[in-house]
Ligand binder design. Structure first.
Ligand code: SAM
Ligand code: DTB
Ligand code: SF4
Length: 363
């Protein structure tokens, strides 16, 4: 279809599940969204956002790199690729205790999800055993669990599901047309295959991409189209702004216009109305005013905690202050979820208020 779809159209006849677009998005239609006057695009995104979510609540996830560096893949943006000389030391899988302590600290700080990242092309069976135990024990702490560990073989998603994994993160990263310019050691189809296995096992899919790698606007639209036309589209869609790491081929790439980043968030919100859209890597370099625009554009999740995987994130304290200044509460995804009865009135979750607030937090 060539015209811009409205959310009413997407909510039309008998979708397979709630998160399916009844008519596929075309690249032209998504480019047309990108080309809207900025205020019109923001208005459209806010309308869609408010139709499905509390517009003043975000979900907070904390990341930990459980296996850093030495990855055999050649992703040109990544600090952990062994094809780049970034000075990062390759490490072994972190001990269970270290992971549990980090998860406990994340929970105490107000995060509701703990995301573990491993720099693997694909996990080996012995890796999966160890990671499964981490997932089991983090889940037992009352945190949602997310893992990103590369391509999965048949049966591995089921193994993780049985350990208690909620989400598997596997980004499509960029459009099929641009993919080969960024990564040559696996294909776009490989990414789709893993997403299929994750979905097939009944895990929630977290999949998004990176912008600011020198792709064109049409290619950014191409990424969004691929995500939005997944059936169903991802439960969670991280939008990363390239963090330029010295020693990677993409260090020195021309920075993306900040408004184009905000537009990408808005377009993701409009095309995937029920997804959690996550403001992901790159926040440290973003002015707070730009982050506020991202929330206005429909972002309702973010990485919270002083570190992403190998690069830094804004300090948790400054994020708490930013959210307070914007009147944005932190909330669990269950409370934010469209099907939840409490979606319109989410219970408050502490983002480390220390018990000094009047909310229903755990202090
Ligand atoms: N090896 C696994 C994989 O590739 O799926 C998991 C780890 S990988 C670091 C997870 C995601 O982080 C990538 O798909 C990419 O979207 C994002 N990412 C990695 N380095 C980044 C950077 N320098 N800037 C922005 N996003 C980045
Ligand atoms: C995602 O989309 N972004 C996160 C998470 N999923 C794993 C990773 C961002 C990594 C940023 C660069 C780094 O810290 O190494
Ligand atoms: Fe980095 Fe993941 Fe690519 Fe490995 S597969 S180089 S960890 S993005």
């Amino acid at each position: 279809m060539n015209s811009i779809q409205t959310s009413a159209q997407t909510a039309g006849a008998a979708p397979d599940t709630a998160r399916s677009n009844t008519q596929p998005w075309t690249v032209n239609a998504v480019v047309a969204l990108f080309e809207l006057p900025f205020n019109d695009l923001m208005f459209r995104a806010q309308q869609v956002h408010r139709e499905h979510f509390d517009a003043n609540a975000v979900q907070l996830s904390t990341l930990m790199s459980i296996k850093t560096g030495g990855c055999e893949e050649d992703c040109k943006y990544c600090s952990q690729s062994s094809h780049s000389d970034t000075g990062l030391k390759a490490e072994k899988l972190a001990p269970l205790q270290e992971v549990l302590e980090a998860a406990q600290a994340a929970k105490a700080n107000g995060a509701t999800r703990f995301c573990m990242g491993a720099a693997w092309r694909s996990p080996k069976p012995r890796h999966l055993e160890a990671v499964g135990e981490m997932v089991r024990q983090v889940k037992a702490m009352g945190l949602e669990t997310c893992l990103t560990a590369g391509m999965l073989a048949d049966g591995q998603a089921e193994q993780l599901r049985d350990a208690g994994l909620d989400y598997y993160n596997h980004n499509l990263d960029t459009s099929p047309e641009f993919y080969g310019q960024v990564i040559s050691t696996h294909t776009f189809q490989d990414r789709l295959d893993t997403i299929e296995r994750v979905r097939g096992a009944g895990l929630k899919v977290c999949s998004g991409g990176i912008v600011g790698m020198g792709e064109s606007r049409r290619q950014r639209a191409g990424l969004v189209v691929q995500l939005a036309n997944l059936n169903p589209y991802p439960d969670s869609v991280p939008i990363n702004n390239l963090v330029q790491v010295e020693g990677t081929p993409l260090a020195g790439a021309e920075a993306l216009d900040p408004f184009e980043f905000v537009r990408t968030v808005a377009v993701a919100r409009i095309t995937m109305p029920l997804a959690m859209v996550r403001l992901s890597a790159g926040r440290e370099a973003m002015p707070e005013s730009m982050q506020a625009l991202c929330f206005l554009a429909g972002a309702n999740s973010m990485f919270y905690g002083d570190k992403l995987l190998t690069t830094s994130n804004p300090q948790a304290e400054s994020d708490r202050q930013l959210l307070a200044r914007l009147g944005i509460r932190s909330s669990t995804e269950a409370e934010l979820a469209p099907e939840s009865e409490s979606a319109s009135e989410p219970a408050l979750v502490s983002a480390g208020c220390g018990g000094s607030c009047s909310c229903a937090c755990q202090g």
